[in-house]
Design a protein around this ligand. Structure first.
Ligand SMILES: [Fe+2]
Ligand SMILES: [Fe+2]
Length: 301
């Protein structure tokens, strides 16, 4: 999925200048030590989500088997059916059973909904930071849907883009959980920790995806979702997720702490370079923005 080296006239992407002194060293070191430790374990995903992720990689997956996997977890199944009925997925006929959901939505969309439910229940959770976790959950959903929309203008599969979008910022959740667990009685204030969380989150997302044993390319994509570059080469799916991330923020799907607290600047790719990497014209970008606005109304902005 790598393209050639970027046209030098576009440069390496922009890095904005640090505007104020930020001392996030202590929290950053603590987070880095947590994620580098051989004992680090991300929050566990329910087995139904992991099984479905592995089944969905088989193009001839047996629907009966998938149904059985889902039936093994009625709590998740109930929530999956509720989401399947939301305007974003449902057609005119209501979806009330898993076989119906499977035949109407397909295994990959169902897998995406299951993962969304699993992340909301197990990963986007850390009591002292809950408002930020909830906004992160909405942001991740928006990025997932937008990545799917953008991928329609590229040769890449929409469901795959959705999955990468859903997972791109799990490292933010993983960092907040690690901070809470390191000192449950007195976790650091978000204001003091946010810059460090932002600095490490892409690497943390990569590590978590690796530990969940999801496909290696998803790990690479989430790890590079801000810089878009891997060893100097632009990574197309990372570019899709990065563009989706920016659009989500422009449309109001922002993580609560974003913009509220000062952060160290992280390497990021500018819009012109992104469009070049994805071979998107200004006209196509306009169509994507229109689609995005229409689609996200169903998610509630
Ligand atoms: Fe991010
Ligand atoms: Fe993001």
């Amino acid at each position: 999925m790598h393209l050639g080296k970027l046209n030098p006239k576009y440069g390496k992407g922009s890095v904005t200048l640090e505007e104020e002194f930020i001392d996030d060293t202590e929290v950053r070191l603590r987070l880095e030590a947590t994620f580098r430790s051989p004992d680090y374990k991300p929050p566990t995903l329910p087995s139904v989500a992991l099984e479905l992720l592995s089944l969905s990689q088989n193009p001839n997956a047996d629907f009966k088997k998938v149904g059985k996997v889902l039936e093994s977890d009625p709590i998740i199944t109930g929530q999956v059916l509720r989401i399947a009925q939301s305007p974003v997925y449902a057609g005119r006929v209501a979806i009330t059973t898993i076989p119906q959901a499977l035949s109407r939505l397909g295994i990959k969309t169902l897998r995406d909904i299951v993962l969304q439910v699993a992340l909301n229940a197990r990963v986007f959770r850390a009591k002292p930071y809950q408002p930020t976790m909830e906004s992160l959950q909405r942001h991740s959903m928006a990025v997932a849907h937008l990545a799917r929309i953008i991928s329609r203008y590229t040769p890449f599969e929409g469901e795959y883009a959705f999955l990468c979008g859903l997972l791109h910022d799990v490292g933010v959740a993983g960092s907040l959980i690690a901070l809470f667990e390191s000192n449950p009685k007195k976790p650091p204030a978000l204001e003091d920790a946010w810059s460090a969380v932002k600095s490490v989150h892409a690497e943390a997302s990569k590590l978590m995806v690796e530990q969940w044993k999801l496909p290696a390319d998803i790990a690479l994509t989430v790890g590079a979702h801000h810089s878009v570059l891997i060893q100097g080469y632009p990574h197309t799916m990372a570019a899709i997720v990065h563009l989706a991330d920016e659009l989500a923020k422009e449309l109001g799907f922002t993580t609560r702490a974003e913009g509220a607290f000062a952060t160290r600047n992280i390497e990021t790719m500018d819009r012109g370079t992104l469009l070049q990497v994805l071979s998107l014209s200004a006209k196509q970008m306009e169509l994507i923005s229109k689609d995005a606005l229409k689609h996200l109304e169903g998610l509630g902005g």
